[in-house]
Design a protein around this ligand. Structure first.
Ligand code: KIV
Ligand code: ZN
Length: 528
């Protein structure tokens, strides 16, 4: 099943020298956070959204890491319409060749190569002398240039690197042909003034520094990632590396939505501009939170559930008089619309089609029919169907359209009396199987019954439920993460019955695991 959402053209340009490149690394650094791994289809969905949104560069993955990563980067390279597609590589030839191969079909390919430059990384991680690191900078950039003219070089742990050595490395990278120089605050150690001065020093001091784009890549360990990125731009950097919802290693990366809205709301002091459509922020945030099952913190700036909520009486009173009393940006400016009542069980095909259109979904005929059947079913169970319900339903339907295991029927016995039992019927590759099992509670019983039909050794590190809307008849959206032999997948399921949603989510994760099992990296490709 395919769906496409339409985005609006962007506006608000500024001076050419103030243009800042938005480099999104949700699919690489973001996906590196424990448990955030995505399937190929999910990565394509996210990449398509980023491309439509107006992101300039999509870092699609780390091609040497696995066959799956290589395939994802290369598929994204084929489908990206506007964005540059970058593949990450360490300084070794194999890494760079793999990245070069993966991005070769992109309209605008980029190879991004990196090596650590700080004393602690060189000594303990690389076990290399600084002279060898310097040589590797030159050779890696030169090799990357044999694949594309667009080569980015990063000094991993740059903010803990001795300045003289960092200058020599940056100079070597520029001489070897790097066009973008990235200065990562890999461990989120820097503070804004210091990061500003570092970028300014490099631009001013390194020969050729005025002919390349300097880039920021800030981690959020001290909660300063966005502030540091903006300080870097003030110092002359013209690329910001960031992720949707700020996901990434440890405390994450600079959040794209915060960068975009900081410059939109405070354009008086941040005159920099880009082509990202801010009205797509909410949708992108929900998509990434959904496919990774990484919930967004309630009070997260811009995209948190409470970011535009006004709870106290004084604030509500002020808002009723004039929304500027407590709102520096409108929810609409980031694509957040008032939850609207959609329709009920009497709504027909036409109204449903119109609603999907208004929400930005473009479904093919078969996909539309499947979604309509599920909508009618939902409207029978739930009096009021909201936008969020439709969204959960269509997303769930899309995610499971090609699944080879499907939930057919489920009966659960739960309650204080016990024992809790579940009887489930699954369709596996066209054949129906029914099993009954007990467990520590109804969810455990359901999962045991499923495991009886589809035996596996996967661990279950995450089971998460959230209500799509308010009220006791709300749909439950369940996420289930499974981990098997180093592979992680996340399945989702939505239903007004939490148990059915749980079964769907578990089965969805199993379907994804089946696909992942087929993609095992050959030895020659394993990272050393
Ligand atoms: O944080 C970091 O240093 C990185 C580099 C690989 C760019 O992610
Ligand atoms: Zn990083």
């Amino acid at each position: 099943m395919t769906s496409k959402r339409k985005s609006k053209p962007t506006k608000a340009k500024g001076k050419a020298e103030d243009r800042v490149i938005i480099f999104d690394t949700t699919l690489r650094d973001g996906e590196q956070s424990p448990g955030a791994s995505m399937t190929l289809e999910e990565k394509l969905q996210v990449a398509e959204m980023l491309d439509e949104m107006g992101v300039d560069v999509i870092e699609a993955g780390f091609p040497i890491a696995s066959n799956g990563d290589f395939e994802a980067v290369s598929e994204i390279a084929k489908v990206a319409k506007n964005a540059v597609v970058a593949g990450l590589a360490r300084a070794g030839n194999k890494d760079i060749d793999r990245a070069g191969e993966a991005v070769k079909h992109a309209k605008r390919p980029r190879v991004h190569t990196f090596i650590s430059t700080s004393p602690v990384h060189m000594k303990y991680k690389l076990q290399m002398e600084s002279s060898a690191v310097l040589d590797a900078v030159t050779s890696s950039v030169q090799r990357a240039r044999t694949y594309t003219d667009d080569v980015e070089w990063s000094a991993e742990d740059a903010t803990r690197t001795e300045h003289d050595f960092l200058c020599r490395c940056v100079e070597a990278a520029i001489k070897a042909g790097a066009t973008t120089i990235n200065i990562p605050d890999t461990v989120g150690y820097s503070v804004p003034d210091e990061y500003h001065d570092l970028i300014r020093m490099l631009i001013e001091k390194v020969p050729g520094g005025d002919n390349v784009i300097f880039s920021t890549h800030c981690h959020n360990d001290l909660g300063l990632a966005v502030a540091n990125s903006l300080a870097g731009v003030r110092a002359g950097a013209r690329q910001i590396e960031c992720t949707i919802n700020g996901i990434g290693e440890r405390a994450g990366n600079a959040a794209l939505e915060e960068i975009i809205m900081a410059k939109n709301v405070r354009n008086d002091v941040i005159p920099h501009w880009n082509d990202v459509d801010p009205e797509m922020i909410t949708r992108a945030s929900k998509l990434v939170a959904g496919v990774t099952a990484f919930p967004v913190q309630y009070n997260k700036a811009i995209v948190g559930k409470n970011a535009f909520a006004h709870e106290s009486g004084i604030h509500q009173d002020g808002m009723l008089k004039n929304n500027q009393t407590y709102e520096i940006m409108t929810p609409e400016s980031v694509g957040l619309k008032e939850s609207s009542l959609v329709m009920g069980k009497h709504s027909g095909r036409h109204a449903f089609r119109e609603k999907l259109k208004e929400m930005g979904y473009e479904l093919g005929e078969n996909a539309f029919e499947d979604a309509f059947v599920r909508f009618k079913d939902l409207a029978d169970k739930k009096k009021h169907v909201f936008d969020e319900d439709i969204e959960a339903l269509v997303d769930d339907e899309m995610a499971s359209a090609d699944d080879r295991i499907k939930v057919v029927a489920l009966t659960v016995i739960a309650g204080t009396g016990g024992p809790q039992k579940a009887t489930i019927t699954l369709n596996v590759d066209g054949t129906q199987h029914t099993r009954e099992a007990g467990g520590d509670g109804p969810v455990d019983a359901i999962f045991n019954a499923i495991k009886d039909i589809v035996p596996h050794e996967a661990r279950l590190p995450l089971y998460q439920v959230h209500a799509v809307t308010e009220g006791t008849d709300a749909q439950a959206e369940v996420s289930v993460r499974l981990e098997e032999a180093g592979k992680t997948v996340t399945g989702r399921g939505a239903d007004t019955d939490t148990m059915v949603a749980s079964a769907r989510a578990y089965v969805s994760a199993l379907n994804k695991l089946r696909v992942k099992r087929k993609k095992t990296a050959p030895k020659s490709m394993m990272a050393s």
